[in-house]
Design a protein around this ligand. Structure first.
Ligand code: ZN
Length: 682
């Protein structure tokens, strides 16, 4: 499973900001914003701590990074059978074009190429629908015909005319391959999805019959059938083409294996050697039992500093949820941040005992969960450029149950989102005054992450139900109440002096940043994600408004929080942070009571009163102000360049990290250095 920025964090709506086209630098001159086009913004991330690793660790990260990039073509081909042909044609045009580059059609061509790179194909990475070129067929044909003959990736025996007749409808006709993954009910999901996990002519009934036979309902360690193959129909016979050395995608997989062999030679310990050996064995045999052995070895290796994902992992791209897209995340543990989460986790009992709830609802023995915090050094395949901020693997339920799972938070990616958001103009538009801007600048990121930690590590695990109360007594309001409870736990404790005592926070006022951000988001700015005229449906959004509105209303007699007007615009102003904390505590006590007693009617009442309804006038105002900022809704990341420095004998003496490559250069370099697959993989 992956966690993306859009839904992930309480304050994340602030992080959805972007910087339009203006280029800015942060205080330390690191440039987070790289490029912007269509509905996308490209950022880069830093790899803090890389310099402090030893040479062996750096070398390992280097080999794993090479392995992470070698699989890129696999994903293009998985996403659609003409994607590599289209990308290579566009790249050839990009390199050979000698016309007017200020021309509108050429600009549209550039945008389309950048979008194809971003989506690893011709369908939107998030919406799944095909996006169309903004340039004409005529422009495209003219450019293709102007290319040197050997630069056009024709199929064997094809003329340029044949090639154009094949490729143009795929690119230009909205009715051809309109969706990558179709989830609509009532149609054949396989036939109507444009992905390349199933060959031409394969129907949903074929797939269900083929895999239905394999599945054994009594198997307690079920194999993930279909995970690493394309299902094809040839002469009426349905069979699998496995992605492995000697099978489909062999040229790319051979290279991945080659880099993994080098990584193995510099591995940190035996557990890590075993992980890599199992993975290599899986790539060589395609055997899914070996894949499970690899997943188990991977989840059991908790001590290594360096870690990675490399392979056929997530199944979001298959409407039937069986075929996995190729991806890679190369990372190392962030020791300092992991210490923070471990510190919170190991003090779980103290937080439980001091929680402002009725003692009957406290847990006698509570254990915090620990999520490792990591620093990403390289992203590949389905994690690039669209990047998760958290990962929880493996996906096989039985392995999770018997061996556990690894849950990781990717802090350097979250940091880059936050830094880029600072340049978006979002805070300047919605924040009341310089005092709050300063608070957010100084402590916003730190306390937002801390609030998320408290929510995830302690909040959900805290409290208990009274005997006889059912776990789903809250019915349809279950997740709103549960998220409200966890958020309040985090809000209450983010202001606690205990965090300073534990050395997690250094400034007694830091929490005010999270309080301001939370109230502004819950009372106003999260409405930017809802269409005008609609109410709030999503449970995280409901929980935030429930909390913000409740404390706003209850604090009115003391003027704790105000909505003020200036120049026809509405702002949130917090007048008394201490009283605000007490209100969060009061609400936590009430929400815990509702949950512990299973008081469904009270849950329904509080959700209806505070969480759902939207003030239409305010909503319209917020949407209008937000639109003026012209922010890009989606973001992705390019990689830093890891370069091996060698001595006269070719021995690696250091690995250098640089951050100067731009989006187009990186994509064109990958097309040259990491593109081993044929254009057509049948
Ligand atoms: Zn939660």
């Amino acid at each position: 499973m992956k966690k993306f920025a859009i839904m992930a964090m309480a304050g994340m709506s602030m992080m959805l900001g972007s910087c339009k086209d203006k280029e800015q630098t942060s205080q330390d001159d690191f440039k987070y914003e790289v490029d912007a086009f269509a509905d996308l913004q490209i950022l880069r991330y830093k790899v803090p701590g890389f310099e402090s690793l030893n040479l062996q660790q750096k070398e390992m990260l280097y080999y794993l990074s090479q392995a992470a990039t070698e699989g890129r073509d696999i994903l293009f081909d998985q996403n659609g059978r003409y994607n590599l042909a289209i990308r290579r044609t566009l790249e050839a045009i990009y390199e050979n074009f000698d016309g007017d580059k200020t021309n509108k059609e050429y600009k549209e061509f550039e945008t389309y190429l950048k979008r194809v790179w971003f989506s690893n194909g011709i369908h939107h990475h998030y919406g799944e629908e095909k996006f169309l070129p903004g340039f004409s067929n005529e422009f495209f044909e003219k450019q293709v015909r102007a290319l040197p003959a050997d630069k056009v990736p024709v199929k064997e025996g094809q003329s340029i005319d044949d090639f154009l007749a094949m490729i143009e409808p795929i690119m230009f006709d909205p009715a051809v391959m309109p969706k990558k993954v179709n989830q609509e009910s009532g149609v054949d999901l396989i036939v109507t999805s444009a992905n390349n996990y199933y060959g031409e002519g394969v129907t949903q009934a074929d797939v269900e019959a083929f895999y239905g036979k394999m599945k054994d309902p009594n198997d307690h360690t079920p194999i993930s059938y279909g995970l690493n193959s394309r299902l094809v129909k040839e002469n009426g016979i349905v069979s699998e083409k496995t992605w492995k050395v000697g099978g489909l995608y062999s040229p790319a997989i051979e290279r991945i294996v080659n880099w993994l062999e080098k990584a193995k030679a510099v591995a940190e310990n035996d557990a890590q050697v075993k992980v890599i050996e199992e993975l290599i064995s899986f790539y060589k045999t395609g055997d899914l039992k070996t894949y499970d052995q690899y997943a188990i070895a991977w989840v059991q290796d908790s001590l290594s500093r360096i870690d990675f994902v490399n392979g056929f992992t997530e199944t979001y791209g298959d409407p039937l949820g069986m075929k996995a897209s190729w991806e890679s995340v190369v990372n190392f543990k962030d020791m300092k941040a992991t210490k923070r989460t471990e510190m919170i986790s190991s003090n779980a009992q103290w937080f439980e005992d001091h929680s402002p709830i009725d003692p009957r609802f406290r847990k006698e023995k509570v254990k915090g969960v620990t999520a490792k915090v990591i620093t990403v050094a390289q992203l590949g395949g389905d994690c690039y450029p669209a990047t998760p901020i958290g990962i929880n693997l493996p996906n096989a339920d039985w392995i999770r149950k018997d061996y556990g799972s690894k849950s990781v938070t990717i802090e350097n990616i979250m940091d880059a989102y936050d830094k880029a958001a600072e340049h978006s103009g979002f805070n300047e538009e919605f924040v009341w005054s310089q005092a709050e801007l300063d608070l957010l600048h100084n402590f916003g990121f730190q306390t937002d992450i801390l609030h998320t930690d408290l929510h995830e590590i302690l909040g959900h695990g805290s409290g208990q139900l009274l005997a006889g109360v059912s776990a789903d007594a809250m019915k349809e309001h279950g997740s709103t109440i549960e998220e409200t409870r966890a958020d309040l736990f985090g809000l209450y404790y983010v202001a606690d002096p205990k965090l300073i005592e534990l050395g997690i926070l250094s400034d007694a006022d830091a929490y005010k940043a999270e309080y301001y951000k939370f109230m502004m988001n819950g009372l106003m700015t999260q409405l930017t994600r809802i269409e005008a005229g609609k109410n709030i449906e999503e449970s995280h959004m409901r929980n935030r408004q429930l909390i913000a509105k409740w404390v706003f209303e209850k604090g009115k007699p003391d003027n704790v929080v105000e909505m003020k007007q200036r120049d026809g615009k509405t702002f949130v102003v917090i007048n008394d942070y201490t009283k605000l904390r007490n209100l969060f505590g009061e609400l936590l006590a009430e929400i815990q009571r509702i949950k512990s007693e299973g008081d469904y009617n009270a849950a329904k009442q509080i959700v209806e009163d505070y969480a759902v309804k939207v003030d239409q006038t305010l909503h319209n105002e917020i949407i209008a102000r937000y639109q003026k900022l012209e922010l890009k809704p989606y973001k992705g990341f390019i990689n830093p360049v890891l370069e091996a420095i060698t001595d006269g004998n070719g021995k690696i003496t250091d690995i250098k990290v640089t951050y100067t490559e731009n989006y187009t250069d990186q994509m064109m370099r990958y097309a040259k250095e990491f593109s081993s697959l044929p254009t057509y993989n049948d």
